[in-house]
Design a protein around this ligand. Structure first.
Ligand code: PHE
Length: 340
């Protein structure tokens, strides 16, 4: 075979290769044409085998032509492979305009949210925050508050007893005593915290619940101050149209004592399901600190007067968020908690 006829074969194969490259459009087809032209038994190998029959003086030029063809084939096929990969992966390529994966952020518990709002309002009125123990002696929970042995509030159905005279506090009023013991008037505090009572859980009762205690003692404090502070709180919390009302009631540590209600903040007093048609939401008890309590902790009851009030955090949260079952606050069901 002469160089010329080998060169002719090279050109023919090159043309075949070019049209095969133009036609191939799947991974399998590209691989097939690579084997056909560049494989061990492919067209290019076959050309190299024929090189031996070319006269020695023409062999160099002929070999060069085959090598060029081989190089051309390798370059074209690898270009084809990468072009094919680029087009077939378009769908899987990241779309940078899609929203990212948001980490699940936690949120504050509805009782925490309500408690924080209440605290802020009272802090702005000059009240400090006080704290007291949840496991308390009977003295601070009852005796010092003028609740003697035999009083209904001390009976088994209400109080959870620990032992050695300790109880789980049934209200936050223990903090009144603890604050007055260590501080001379003027006193102006609120104290948020957990309370415990031996109640069977139902839609309106939970053995664990939250109160916010308020206490203000100074010279010349009157029931009008109590009323003003509670009214101001109600309006800041729920809006300027709020009304409050006091109903005479009895708590051994206040005299006179009252229970107080807010205008129902769902229906604004017209009457609805949440307020059971009354137009009012019951909040808690309040009154003027009983002079007996001042005597117990050593304040001069001739010189000082004061008021105290409680506040049921769950009651406010239930009406505010229209939660109909108090147990929701304690079950930690994420479907409930994620709504706040
Ligand atoms: N401690 C009372 C209760 O738990 C509420 C209260 C607080 C009443 C302060 C009067 C003054 O029901």
């Amino acid at each position: 075979m002469t160089e010329n006829s080998l060169q002719e074969s090279v050109r023919t194969i090159r043309r075949d290769l070019e049209s095969a490259i133009a036609a191939a459009d799947s991974t399998q087809e590209i691989e097939a044409l690579r084997v056909r032209f560049l494989g061990r038994k492919g067209a290019v190998s076959a050309l190299f085998k024929q090189l031996g029959s070319v006269p020695p003086d023409q062999r160099k030029a002929a070999g060069q032509a085959i090598n060029d063809l081989k190089q051309f084939g390798e370059d074209e096929i690898s270009r084809l492979i990468s072009r094919h990969a680029a087009t077939t992966t378009t769908e899987a390529a990241p779309d940078l305009t899609l929203p990212g994966n948001w980490p699940q952020a936690g949120s504050l518990h509805p009782l925490t949210l309500v408690q924080r709002r209440i605290k802020t309002i009272f802090q702005n009125m000059g009240f400090a925050i006080a704290d007291g123990p949840e496991i308390e002696t009977e003295y601070y929970n009852f005796e010092a508050l003028n609740i003697p042995k035999g009083h209904p509030a001390r009976e088994m159905q209400d109080t959870l007893f620990v032992d050695n005279g300790f109880v789980l506090r049934t209200h936050t009023s223990n903090v009144q005593i603890r604050v007055m013991e260590r501080q001379r008037p003027p006193v102006r505090i609120i104290s948020p915290g957990r309370c415990f009572r031996r109640d069977t859980p139902d839609a309106t009762h939970s053995p664990v619940f939250h109160q916010i205690e308020g206490l203000c003692v100074d010279e010349g404090i009157t029931f009008a101050d109590l009323r003003g502070v509670i009214l101001n709180f109600a309006r800041q919390m729920f809006g300027p149209d709020m009304k409050i009302r006091f109903r005479p009631s009895y708590f051994p540590f206040v005299e006179p004592g009252a229970e107080y209600d807010f205008t129902c903040f769902i229906c604004m007093g017209r009457g609805c399901r949440v307020c059971k048609g009354s137009g009012w939401i019951e909040i808690s008890g309040a009154g003027m600190v009983n002079p007996v309590v001042f005597e117990t902790i050593g304040y001069d009851s001739e010189r000082y007067t004061g008021y105290a009030f409680g506040m049921g955090v769950e009651r406010i949260a239930m009406a505010l968020y229209q939660v109909e079952d108090i147990r929701m606050f304690f079950e930690n069901d994420l479907r409930f908690l994620q709504q706040f």
